[in-house]
Design a protein around this ligand. Structure first.
Ligand code: DP6
Length: 326
C-alpha cells in the first residue's frame, strides 16, 4: 500500500496534560483523561511517492512549509524507519472545524497522520503503537487514537506511555458545549507552555497529586457520577491554570468573558443544573453537561455577552482508516 486516508476526532481533557519530562519524546509529567469530540474531525491522506524529492504538506488546500512541515516530516521519518522505506510523502489534510474556533487541531491532526501514514507505509500497528506514534507529534494526539473516554498513562519510557479506552462513547451521555470567547492576542502555544511548566513552583504539587485526581476522575466516569466528576474536573483545570499563571513567563489565558462563563456555570449548578467547566490553553470555556440539559446550557451560553459562538459535541469514537490503497 502507498496511499491511505484516516480520520480522527480532537479530544477534551478532563485531567490535563501539562509539562513533559522529555520534550522530544513528549513523555508527560502526569497521566491525563479525555473524551473524544464527535462530529469534529481531521481527515488526512498520506501518499508515499518515489518521484517526490521532499515531503509535502497541504492543509485545507494550502501548502504549508517551515516548522509545520518539519513537525509532520518528523513523524514520517519515524514511519519510514519502522517500515524500512525511503519514499517521500504527500500529506493532504483537512479539518471540518475552523482554525479560529478554539479547538486545538494538533490532537486530531497527529492521530490521523499516525494512522494514515503507517497504513500507507504498509504497517499494521496495534492501538498502543499508534498512540505512541501520535504522541511523538503532539502529546494530546495519543488520546485521539482510542475510542470514547480515554486515559493516557504516564508510563516510564516511550514504550509504555500510550493511551487506552476506559469507556465507549455511549457509556455516558456527556456533552461539551464550547463557549467561543474571542481573544485578541496571539496565545502562547502548548509546546512552549509545556517547556516552561517546571518554572512554576506549583507544578511539582500538581504533578504529585495527579494519581489521586486521575483515580477520582476515572471512577466518576465509570460510575457516571456527575457530582464527583464536577469537583475533580474543575479542580484540575484551575490547578493547570494556576501553574500557567505562575510560570516564567506567566501565561494568562483567562479573559473577562471566560470568567463570566465560569461564574455562570457555578450559578446554574446552584440552581440544580448538572454542569461544570474546564479550560485549555486558550480563552474558550468547555462547559460540560448531560445531554438532557445541553439545549438549555447552549441557549444560556449564547445569551452571555462576549460569547461569539457555541460548538456542541458528544463523545466520539476511535481514529479510523476510511480508505486504504490507491
Ligand atoms: C492544555 O498536546 O497540544 O490542551 O504536545 O506540544 O502538541 P503538544 O501539546 P498539546 O497539549 C495539550 C495541552 C492542553 C491539555 C490537554 O489536552 O491535556
Amino acid at each position: 500500500m502507498t496511499t491511505a486516508t484516516a480520520i480522527a476526532n480532537p479530544n477534551l481533557a478532563f485531567i490535563k496534560y501539562w509539562g513533559n519530562r522529555d520534550n522530544v519524546l513528549r513523555l508527560p509529567m502526569n497521566g491525563s483523561i479525555s473524551m473524544n469530540l464527535d462530529g469534529l474531525y481531521t481527515r488526512t491522506t498520506v501518499s508515499f511517492q518515489p518521484s517526490l524529492p521532499f515531503d509535502e504538506l497541504i492543509i485545507n488546500r494550502h501548502e504549508v512549509t517551515g516548522a509545520g512541515l518539519d513537525r509532520v516530516a518528523y513523524i514520517l521519518d519515524i514511519i519510514r524507519g519502522m517500515a524500512n522505506i525511503h519514499e517521500r510523502a504527500e500529506v493532504m489534510t483537512e479539518n471540518n472545524f475552523p482554525a479560529g474556533a478554539g479547538i486545538a487541531s494538533s490532537a486530531s491532526a497527529f492521530a490521523a497522520l499516525a494512522l494514515a501514514g503507517s497504513k500507507a507505509a504498509g504497517l499494521d500497528l496495534s492501538e498502543p503503537e499508534l498512540s505512541r506514534l501520535a504522541r511523538r507529534g503532539s502529546g494530546s494526539a495519543a488520546r485521539s487514537i482510542p475510542s470514547g473516554f480515554v486515559e493516557w498513562q504516564v508510563g516510564t519510557t516511550d514504550e509504555d506511555s500510550f493511551a487506552f479506552s476506559i469507556a465507549e462513547p455511549d457509556h455516558w451521555k456527556l456533552v461539551d458545549c464550547v463557549a467561543i470567547v474571542s481573544a485578541s492576542h496571539k496565545k502562547t502555544g502548548s509546546t512552549e507552555g509545556h517547556s516552561i511548566a517546571p518554572t512554576s513552583p506549583l507544578q511539582a504539587a500538581r504533578v504529585t497529586d495527579a494519581p489521586r485526581r486521575l483515580e477520582l476522575c476515572r471512577n466518576a466516569i465509570l460510575n457516571c457520577d456527575f457530582d464527583a466528576f464536577t469537583s475533580i474536573v474543575e479542580l484540575d483545570s484551575d490547578m493547570m491554570h494556576s501553574v500557567m499563571m505562575t510560570s516564567t513567563p506567566a501565561l494568562h489565558y483567562w479573559k473577562p468573558t471566560s470568567l463570566e462563563v465560569m461564574n455562570s456555570v457555578r450559578t446554574w449548578r446552584s440552581e440544580g443544573i448538572p454542569v461544570c467547566y474546564t479550560m485549555d490553553a486558550g480563552a474558550n470555556v468547555h462547559v460540560i453537561c448531560l445531554d438532557s440539559e445541553a439545549h438549555t446550557v447552549e441557549k444560556r451560553l449564547r445569551e452571555i455577552r462576549g460569547v461569539t459562538d457555541v460548538l456542541v459535541a458528544v463523545a466520539g469514537g476511535a481514529a479510523k482508516v476510511v480508505k486504504n490503497g490507491d
